[in-house]
Design a protein around this ligand. Structure first.
Ligand code: ADP
Ligand code: MG
Length: 851
């Protein structure tokens, strides 16, 4: 049993135990240890093995039915038929396997594109590394929102608490204290308050800890097998479509019974009826649907990742298509978060003001000498550096207390010891800072007026204050309200490139955008105005007004016209999301902090920031923006709508052609003619026309108007009135004309084999052209560029070529009872088939004119 009772060791003993020190390991030493102990990583669930995918194809009822049919054909000596059915079966299973395999690979690759980073001390400098590169004895710097990267024995803690429910099942957050020490080596994990465990989350505070276990040796690693199991949650859309396929199968089953009864009544031999039913079943049931949808969604996920959106949960793709409102952060999302201090209006002692700026500062200097950390801190540190390089030394001073910045409190501060006592420094939103300063009311009002006017110009404002005190504790120092106002930093944050265009796109796409920010109302409004999001103060609501609103019942209608929420606390973000949902909106919300998790979860679509976001936010989101940019959300919406459209296209093609085949056979029963297509013809038809075409439709590019129409109603089923109308119209034309041609040929005395031959060719042509009809519900075919998705026209030409070849080659002629047709006949049939395009285009024309 390896030693895992680091909670019983004092801090010095721990350093000795791991042969490390407060400045961390050297890079060279860390490398040695990494080689010795292996990377700090848990094994991940491997992609589904190919064999499993292949076998799973045979769980499909259609395949089983075909298998039975093949066996029966073989049993009665129809070896050719049996061989053909087997070939159909193998091709079906092969297509399914290839598609599922590649979709799974893509999903797997995407899952692993989100890495956990850790801030580590190497050679005494802070550095961001991949968490897998942590070695025993490394010193890790932790802040709120982090996912703990390895098991750590804590060295320093500032107001630290963690959510360890993953390990202990205890949902309450637990306070942590580096100074605690325990005797009992078997103390329950939840009580080891001087430790942090890999995989748990920091809910607040800051800390440093020494890595005491990595990878499989961490507490979570020991139970890893339990956790890495693949979560087999099905995408709701796919689940719904599978049920839908089953329903169709049931319906086709009923129709088949009808057909069986009718044919037996007419004296058709039982075996013939059996094969016809099997063939009809195979053609009409859209068994390729779930696979085609998976492909469409996987391709959307890949397209989104190219546009800087990582999809954590596939259903979010579908959900994005119905998004009606985006509640977005300001800093970093609409703006660049490349902050710089434009002016600092100091009031008192300039040197002390600069000292206050660097002491109440959580930026750190990395190896390259540049600053890392929160952008506000970095901007202030750079400003101080420009003014007076030496003052930066103060940054490294040991602190007797520290209150880290948390959005909910809007300030941060620290205390250092001096020759005469203590020096406390704070910085944050000017209102909060002024509240603890001893300052004449008139001066305070003047300052607040100044803050307002600078905010109106779009500056982000940070107040700075300090106090010489006798206490090492910041909270105590602040309670005395004797801070000296040191000055006001006005920070600029330029708009991100392209946000104006993106907001215009949202507007056209019927998506409302509201800003939810912790910043000053005037600063927020300034930016909102530049982006045409809000017209004036009447559309701005601040945190105070929000809490009044909430206490008075929180009527959602009161927020309907608000576009900017300023000085908002993270809890209020959740209230805002809920209110807009109450107004019937389908809400996407962005978030980065720990406290954003509830809002991210509760919104229809939670979007986390990939760069500035905390691990907690990412873990609770459906989507992650790798570049934090608002523009990427709009790209995501576009891809989401495209995916949904494409799914509709696939469904249209599959259901419409299946229905056409049923109509064809039913008509022949009604008119008491021989069947227009032999079972083997139906199987062949299915083989040459389905599969590649529906996958090609799933990969269609976005239609140009995807962002110019309103969002679809979230509750609207895929089978809306329009879908049904188009499916029935197309199927009726194909079934009626198909049967009409067959009937006429028979009436003219054409031999039955030739009549079937021509009918089959016609059906192949129908289904080929119908793939084009499926390309758009609203655009005329001659307006679509058919070269953007070459797979579709190519697969259609290939299907025609294969069928024509089959009519020419002696072997297939015999197998499928086919014969060549003259160019003349082909052209005539093509003309009939072209009628389908005319009918579908006419439907668009009538429908679009009526609107
Ligand atoms: P946003 O929604 O724009 O990201 P934040 O919640 O980050 O706004 O910030 C709200 C306010 O808190 C800012 O206007 C600023 O006054 C203050 N603030 C932001 N970052 C810091 C920081 N690192 N230290 C101190 N105060 C900060
Ligand atoms: Mg922020």
């Amino acid at each position: 049993m390896e030693f895992d009772a680091h909670h019983t060791l004092g801090i010095d003993t721990t350093f000795r135990h791991f042969d490390s020190s407060s400045s961390g390991l050297s890079t060279a030493e860390a490398e040695v240890r990494l080689l010795r102990d292996g990377p700090n990583a848990l094994p991940v669930a491997p992609p589904i093995p190919l064999l499993r995918i292949i076998f799973s194809q045979f769980k499909n009822p259609i395949i089983l039915i075909l298998l039975v049919a093949a066996l029966i054909s073989f049993g009665i000596g129809e070896n050719l038929d049996a061989g053909f059915i087997l070939a159909v079966l193998i091709i079906n299973a092969a297509i399914g396997t290839v598609l599922e395999h590649s979709a799974d690979r893509q999903a797997h690759a995407l899952r692993h594109s989100v890495r956990t980073l850790a801030k580590v001390l190497r050679d005494g400098k802070e550095e961001l590394i991949d968490a897998a590169g942590l070695a025993l004895g490394d010193i890790v710097v932790i802040e709120s929102g982090d996912k703990v990267p390895a098991d750590l024995r804590l060295l320093h803690t500032y107001h630290l608490s963690a959510d360890e429910s993953l390990l202990t099942g205890e949902s309450l957050e637990v306070g942590k204290d580096a100074m605690a020490i325990f005797d009992d080596p078997d103390l329950p994990l939840g009580d080891r308050s001087n430790m942090l465990f890999a995989g748990t989350y920091i809910t607040s505070g800051r800390a440093r800890g020494i890595v005491s276990a990595v990878g499989l040796h961490t507490q979570i690693g020991r139970i890893a097998e339990l956790l890495i199991g693949r979560s087999a949650v099905k995408v709701p859309l796919i689940a719904r479509l599978e049920t839908f396929s089953l329903k169709i199968a049931a319906a086709v089953g009923v129709i088949s019974l009808l057909i069986i009864a009718l044919s037996l009544f007419r004296g058709t031999p039982l075996l013939e009826v059996f094969f016809l039913t099997v063939a009809l079943f195979v053609s009409a049931v859209p068994e390729g649907l779930p696979v085609a949808i998976t492909v469409a969604l996987a391709s959307a996920a890949v397209a989104m990742s190219r546009r800087n959106v990582i999809v954590r949960k596939l259903p979010a793709i579908e959900a994005l298509g119905s998004c009606t409102l985006i509640a977005t952060d300001k800093t970093g999302t609409l703006t660049q978060n490349r902050l710089s201090v434009e002016s600092f209006e100091g009031a008192a002692d300039a040197v002390k003001a600069l000292e206050a700026i660097v002491i109440a500062n959580e930026a750190y200097r990395n190896r390259q000498g540049t600053f890392g950390g929160d952008q506000v801190d970095v901007a202030l540190a750079l400003y101080a550096q420009r003014q007076n390089e030496t003052v930066l030394e103060r940054m490294e001073y040991p602190k007797t207390d520290l209150i880290p910045y948390e959005p909910a409190q809007k300030y941060s501060g620290a205390v250092i010891e001096t020759e005469t006592g203590y020096f406390a420094a704070i910085k944050g939103s000017p209102e909060v800072i002024l509240a603890v300063c001893s300052i004449a009311p008139s001066e305070r009002d003047a300052l607040l007026a100044e803050v307002n006017s600078l905010a109106r110009e779009g500056y982000r404002l940070i107040g700075v204050a300090y106090a010489d005190t006798t206490t090492p504790h910041l909270q105590e120092a602040m309670a005395s309200k004797r801070f000296v106002w040191a000055g006001l930093a006005a920070i600029t944050d330029p708009l991100r490139d392209g946000v104006e265009t993106s907001l215009a796109h949202c507007h056209e796409a019927g998506i409302t955008v509201v800003m939810v920010t912790g910043d000053h109302p005037e600063t927020a409004l300034h930016i909102a105005k530049r982006l045409n999001m809000a017209a004036g103060m009447e559309q701005v609501m601040d945190g105070e007004a929000l809490s009044h609103w909430y206490e008075n019942g929180g009527d959602p209608h009161a927020l309907a016209d608000i576009r900017v929420f300023a000085r908002v606390s993270p809890e209020q973000k959740l209230q805002i999301v809920r209110a807009f949902q109450g107004l019937g909106h389908y809400v996407a919300v962005t978030g980065d902090g720990v406290n954003d998790a509830p809002a991210l979860k509760s919104a229809h679509i939670g979007i986390a920031m990939g760069k500035s976001g905390t691990d907690v936010a990412k873990e609770n989101a459906d989507l992650i923006l790798t570049d934090d940019a608002f523009t990427s959300i709009v790209g995501g919406v576009e891809e989401g709508r495209r995916a949904y459209d494409n799914i509709r296209k696939v469904i249209h093609l599959l259901i419409s052609t299946g229905l056409a085949e049923i109509i064809l056979v039913l008509l022949s029963l009604a008119f008491a003619t021989p069947v227009p297509l032999l079972p083997i013809h139906l199987l062949w038809l299915n083989l040459v026309t389905n599969g590649i075409q529906d996958v090609a439709l799933g990969l269609e590019p976005a239609e140009p108007h995807v962002l110019k129409r309103g969002p679809r109603p979230p509750k609207e089923p895929i089978f809306n009135a329009l879908m049904i109308q188009r499916i029935v119209l197309g199927a009726a034309y194909m079934g009626l004309i198909g049967f009409g041609v067959f009937y006429t040929l028979l009436a003219q005395g054409v031999p039955i084999e030739s009549a079937r031959n021509d009918t089959l060719l016609l059906m192949v042509l129908f289904e080929n052209l119908h793939a084009f009809n499926s390309r758009s519900e609203t655009r005329y075919l001659f307006k679509i560029s058919h070269f953007k998705n070459l797979l579709l026209p190519l697969s259609i030409i290939a299907a025609q070529a294969v069928h024509i070849a089959a009519m020419q080659l002696p072997w297939t002629q015999q197998l499928l009872s086919l014969e060549p047709v003259s160019l003349q006949v082909w052209r005539e049939l093509l003309l009939f088939a072209f009628g389908l395009v005319v009918v579908m285009e006419a439907e668009k024309f009538v429908r679009l004119r009526r609107k």
